[in-house]
Design a protein around this ligand. Structure first.
Ligand code: DC
Length: 230
């Protein structure tokens, strides 16, 4: 059976990655978390003191772009590829609130986007890939056979994020998380380069009141329909 490209875009913490990972496993496709790449570049900038909450020196980060090597290595115990920044596994470190607070600033930089989009297109060149992010259906794979756009209320998304972070032991407050979700929504959807917008041919799914199983069933059916129509 021929393979397709599946693009999943949407606001932060809409459960894109959970659905994408589950789909990838079921279809034996590869999963790419494009947000992890923007987070890893942000971590690099933080580690080099190029960015903090009070200042950002984008030109220093742009100068260093050739020194930033990103790759995903499949970890069979979790069932997906984990991200490595210059050969160090940073899968856990990139999920902190400190990175979430700064990543939208880094994702605004066109030079960063250009580099990451090229790598993402390369990873998807043989199809059989599910990629989630903000500009996958609009910029990275405008010809993807199936495009989904996920949404949910900011409160629901903040609750999910809060539960995720506290479960792994991070000390965060709900208000802080909600503010970060709203702040990122604003920057991600108003930036000049590749803002978060629903592609015209994307199917919108609001999962504020949709369980995971129900959602997966619905999306899996869409994939099957697409595959049989080819
Ligand atoms: O999906 P995430 O929340 O881990 O993404 C982190 C940030 O990276 C998000 O706030 C915006 C940015 N991003 C982007 O600009 N383009 C993508 N394709 C993926 C993420």
């Amino acid at each position: 059976m021929s393979k397709i490209t599946i693009a999943i875009d949407g606001f932060s913490s809409t459960g894109k990655s959970t659905i994408a990972k589950q789909l990838a496993k079921t279809l034996a496709y590869s999963y790419v978390d494009s947000g992890a790449m923007y987070r890893a570049v942000t971590l690099y900038a933080m580690n080099h003191n190029y960015i903090s909450e009070s200042e950002f020196k984008p030109e220093l980060l742009i100068n260093d772009l050739d020194k930033i090597n990103l790759k995903f290595i499949f970890n069979s115990s979790v069932g997906y590829g984990e991200i490595y920044l210059n050969d160090v596994n940073v899968e856990h470190e990139i999920r902190t609130l400190a990175v979430s607070k700064l990543v939208s600033k880094v994702a605004e930089i066109s030079e960063v986007r250009k580099k990451l989009v090229e790598q993402q297109q390369l990873m998807g060149k043989n199809k059989g890939v599910i990629m989630d992010g903000r500009d996958i259906g609009t910029v990275v794979f405008p010809n993807a056979e199936l495009k989904l756009f996920m949404n949910a209320s900011a409160e629901k998304r903040a609750i999910r994020r809060y539960n995720e972070l506290t479960k792994r032991g991070d000390k965060v407050s709900f208000d802080e998380i909600l503010k970060n979700v709203e702040y990122r929504d604003h920057i991600d959807s108003t930036r000049e380069d590749s803002p978060l917008v629903k592609a015209e041919d994307a199917i919108e799914i609001d999962n504020s009141n949709l369980g995971l199983e129900e959602q997966f069933y619905k999306i899996h059916q869409m994939v099957q329909e697409k595959l049989t129509s080819l």
